[in-house]
Design a protein around this ligand. Sequence first.
Ligand code: FEO
Length: 164
Amino acid sequence: MISKKMTKAITLQINREQFSAYLYLAMANDAMDKGFKGAAKWFTMQYEEEQEHAMKFAKYLQERGAKVEQAAIEGPKTEWKDLLEMFKDALAHEKLVTGWINDLNTLAIAEKDYATQNMLVWFINEQVEEEGSAQDVIWMLEMGGGSKGALFMIDRKLGEREDD
Ligand code: FEO
């Protein structure tokens, strides 16, 4: 049986994953509003991934016999200056998430909760990918220097994102 403390920590992480989903949906909406259809698709896929992360944690708690309880989701920022600011915020957010996942793992180690440690391996690896993909887009945008031609090409490339 999973501890109450671990259950509470994972429940908080579920809320944070749902906030992440909400944040990326806000970015998708703002990108669409600014005419960046490719970036809107990229962020919409990210929104869906975050919902999957929340569900992964919820299913895990249920498998361990704990009840999943929902809490209110904080409202995200809804407006960004440009795509670069959006992706910089995305990267900063993913770094925060990495810290939270690491904290969960620290707790699981302290509790000798091997099942939770094992479950978290997937998330630890996922965070490397999440930070890496946001960083890649930042580099592309910085290289493009904000020119209209570069933005057009980058937006098209972002629209080619497929399920990973
Ligand atoms: Fe669920 Fe983007 O971390």
